[in-house]
Design a protein around this ligand. Structure first.
Ligand SMILES: N[C@@H](CCC(=O)N[C@@H](CS)C(=O)NCC(=O)O)C(=O)O
Length: 216
């Protein structure tokens, strides 16, 4: 029997990685848009779903899951068996997802919104985050410059998360000096049918909810 899946997300935020995963697996799901740009993640009704006050959250049957790596592992395990994380070494994909979600995304968030961490001048906080981020991004771009996808065996959902990270880098004004040209990598990942369906689905969710992205 098909399971009931409901995603709480903000179009084109990191929750878009989960939309891509659901589309890759061709799963049917309902969704609720959470407007994180206007504080809806801290509303009483959403905190009842995810007390951590972040998107994404996903309800599969009666269970609510949060944290991108845990959600992706669960979707792969229950519905994909390697379709998201690859078949060669899914545990390595999980480990990489945890590193991206925790270290890379976590540090990038500080570079993007340093004012959240200080009531004083945010610039030194931003600079410290950028400095911490630099070796992580170097590791990522060097690896991608030598292979078509993050995993040797080919596309995994890790690539979708990395493409989202690169978009965030641009919004956080991370200087790409010394980086190899990643445009063909980004185009390759964005050309995947599930990515395109996920894009359309998020556009549709935006139109339905009236959400406006602050960064256009
Ligand atoms: N550790 C969480 C992080 C999720 C996260 O950072 N979500 C952002 C959107 S990309 C969010 O909800 N931001 C709202 C806020 O921080 O108030 C995960 O892996 O799912």
């Amino acid at each position: 029997m098909a399971s009931s899946i409901h995603l709480f997300h903000t179009p084109f935020a990191c929750s878009g990685v989960i939309v891509s995963a659901l589309e890759e697996l061709r799963l049917a799901y309902g969704d609720t848009v959470i407007d994180i740009f206007n504080g809806e993640q801290r509303s009483e009704s959403y905190l009842a779903v995810n007390p951590k006050g972040k998107v994404p959250a996903i309800r599969i049957e009666e269970r609510v899951l949060t944290e991108l790596p845990a959600i992706l592992w669960t979707l792969d395990d229950q519905y994909g068996k390697g379709l998201l994380l690859g078949t060669d070494d899914p545990l390595q994909s999980l480990s990489d997802l945890i590193w991206i979600a925790d270290s890379v995304h976590g540090t990038l968030r500080i570079a993007f919104m340093p004012q959240r961490l200080t009531s004083g001048d945010p610039e030194p906080v931003r600079q410290a985050a950028l400095q911490k981020l630099a070796p992580m991004l170097r590791l990522i771009v060097e690896r991608l410059s030598a292979s078509a996808y993050w995993a040797n065996e080919g596309w995994t959902i890790v690539d979708v998360y990395l493409v989202w990270i690169f978009g965030m880098c641009d919004r956080a004004n991370v200087v790409r000096q010394g980086w190899p040209d990643l445009s063909s990598y980004v185009e390759r990942v964005a050309a995947r049918p599930s990515y395109r369906r996920a894009h359309a689905r998020q556009e549709e969710a935006m139109a339905r909810s009236g959400l406006v992205l602050p960064h256009g």
